[in-house]
Design a protein around this ligand. Sequence first.
Ligand code: GRF
Length: 206
Amino acid sequence: MAKVKVAVLASGRGSNFKAIQEHIKAGRCDAEIKVLITNNPDAPAISIAKDNKIPVEIIDKSGFPDREKMDERIKELLDRYGAELVVLAGYMLILKGRKLLESYKNRIINIHPALLPAFPGATAQKDAFEYGVKVSGVTIHFVDESLDAGPIIYQEAVDISDCKSAEETAAKILKTEHKAYAKVVDSFSKGHYAVEGRRARFVPSS
Ligand code: GRF
């Protein structure tokens, strides 16, 4: 089965990016990461890309008149690297470009460290811990113009009842993120997701 050509967008640490690349190297994820695109020239994710000989493209927000134009540049890069799947891995800007979102509809995925629609936003693990929920988890979803609300591809629960801090909660959920994201990326080499309304259903390749 053909490897899925992936572009990763990341702004920071890049541990999900690294985990996916490690699963690829170990033969557990049928994908090839063609490029890392980042908006942060200091992102630790850049050295992960360099260690793995993955090209890096840095796009600086201040170099564009607006986000539509910045996202058009991202679209150009995705086209140029032949991306079939766009993986957001800690990309801290909301994708707003209409052209980008339309051209890559149902081909951009994001990982969120909670069971959506519970705890959307940037502090999901802390919010879940402080709310006192016993179970939180991981959601992988398609990206559309909404915030953390595109059709859900995959969810996995994580028992956080034994966690004693928000940091411990985040660390526990992150372990599940790493495996889940690689598994979902791999699934794109074996089929596609049919999206009907809010529901995404896996359709294996024949
Ligand atoms: C992860 O917790 C992910 O769920 C969220 O941002 C964080 C990125 O971490 N969207 P990393 O850069 O992959 O280490």
